[in-house]
Design a protein around this ligand. Structure first.
Ligand code: GUN
Ligand code: FE
Length: 426
């Protein structure tokens, strides 16, 4: 199927950099074969014959990227928020994820998750499934049908979890990951595999070596968790006594970014200067998950420092550490968390602005997928058309202010159209 070419007339907002937001009132947004051809005040002659979708008065913004989300945790969102990470995993998360051995249960739960994301503002996501092959392939089938662009990982774990959620050995884990990759080869157009060691405490040294070999052979991207919680970090120190820090524990196995190994690390709440320097050298994408970090009392990640140091940063819902899939919600959470950090922890790191949070949720995370998250020419055409009349101040015409209210107040009711790579989702 060739993606469509068309023009949308709307009030258009998109980031160029964290601090530069482009706005064009009554502008023309041109999609040619699934990519943006740019944003124009007057429609250039060469596009005049394309079909025009007149959304005058509505906002057009790029689709949002959820850089870190656990699909099987959707069913118990909003529960267990009185616990910290390790207790929460043992009490709620691992028992719930064990249920995905049952394909009928997985089908019901994953359908709800996928429909929530399809209806909402996210167009891209990097998703953790569980270690179950059948259920993971089923989730990928559902995501493919939704039209969203995703990367999905069958989770690897061979230690420190209940029998029902642990592979029998490193070898068995590697074998089932290879079997999963074989099953899905050539099956999808916009649902890609991503190699997923859950986190260091779940993966033996032998499993990490096996995953490194798989990464090298298949050239897969990688996603995992890093420096989220102090108890977790102390545990990693015990498990990997020869590693300088948590990042080094991944790096020692060649599973920490670098050429040919694009990698997302969720959280990075406690990454110190040395760990941050390694993240920078390896071009790690930080998935900032402010709601989860608050709910599980993990802490507040130093996102302003990461931005100053030039790291790649996007936003994650971390469902069900977080309770909402919408990355608009993650934008407001990121701004709020940064204000508390500035007030209570470190006055030298000024709070994030709504404009910066918008960048993180669009271009910042989108960059993991390539040219994604902006309307600059050649970017893949992921777009939301949002009717903001329900909540914007009457007579408000300044686009930047309308966008700020949209970040804080919009919900799925307000999304009139949604496009991914030029395909109309609804
Ligand atoms: N670390 C290892 N697994 C998980 C998980 O499922 N959620 C979060 N927030 N952190 C983790
Ligand atoms: Fe997570």
């Amino acid at each position: 199927m060739t993606p469509e070419s068309f023009v949308i007339k709307a009030d258009i907002c998109y980031s160029e950099t964290p601090r530069v937001l482009n706005t064009v009132q009554d502008g023309f947004l041109v999609c040619v074969k699934g990519r943006s051809a740019g944003v124009f005040r007057e429609l250039p002659e060469q596009y005049a014959a394309l079909p025009l979708l007149d959304c005058s008065g509505a906002l057009a913004v790029p689709g949002l990227t959820d850089l870190h989300v656990h699909a099987p945790q959707y069913a118990f969102r909003g529960l267990g928020m009185d616990l910290e990470l390790l207790e929460w995993l043992n009490t709620h998360t691992f028992p719930e994820e064990s249920r995905y051995a049952d394909l009928e249960y997985a089908d019901r739960a994953y359908r709800r998750f996928v429909e929530d994301v399809r209806r909402g503002p996210n167009t891209r996501a990097c998703v953790f499934a569980t270690l179950h092959q059948e259920a993971t392939v089923h989730l990928m089938d559902l995501l493919e049908v939704s039209g969203l662009c995703t990367m999905v990982g069958k989770v690897n774990m061979d230690r420190n979890s209940p029998d029902a959620l642990r592979e029998a050995s490193a070898c068995a884990a590697a074998k089932s990951t290879k079997s999963w990759l074989k099953e899905i080869k050539g099956r999808y157009q916009h649902t890609l595999p991503i190699l997923t060691p859950r986190f260091i405490p779940s993966c033996s040294d032998q499993l990490m070596r096996e995953l490194h070999m798989i990464q090298q052979i298949y050239g897969l991207p990688v996603q995992s968790h890093l420096s989220e919680n102090q108890g977790e970090i102390a545990w990693v120190r015990e498990l990997c006594p020869s590693s300088k820090n948590y990042a080094d524990a991944y790096d020692a196995f060649g599973l920490f970014g670098g050429p040919g190994c694009p990698t997302i690390m969720a959280h990075c709440v406690y990454s110190d200067e040395e760990e941050t320097a390694l993240m920078k050298r390896r071009n790690i994408f930080v998935a900032h998950c402010p709601a989860s970090n608050t709910n599980l009392s993990s802490g507040i990640a130093p996102i302003r420092r990461f931005l100053r140091e030039g790291l790649s940063v996007g936003l994650g819902s971390d469902m069900a550490g977080g309770t909402h899939t919408s990355i608009f919600r993650a934008m407001t959470d990121a701004v709020q968390a940064s204000k508390l950090r500035w007030r209570l922890v470190d006055a030298s790191l000024e709070p994030l602005t709504a404009k910066e949070a918008f960048y993180l949720g669009t271009m910042g995370g989108g960059a993991f997928f390539g040219k994604v998250g902006s309307f600059a020419p050649e970017f893949e055409f992921d777009a939301l058309i949002i009717d903001d009349s329900r909540y914007t101040s009457q007579g408000q015409s300044e686009l930047e202010k309308r966008l700020e209210q949209t970040i804080y107040l919009s919900d799925e009711r307000d999304i009139r159209y949604k496009f991914v790579q030029g395909r109309q989702i609804f």
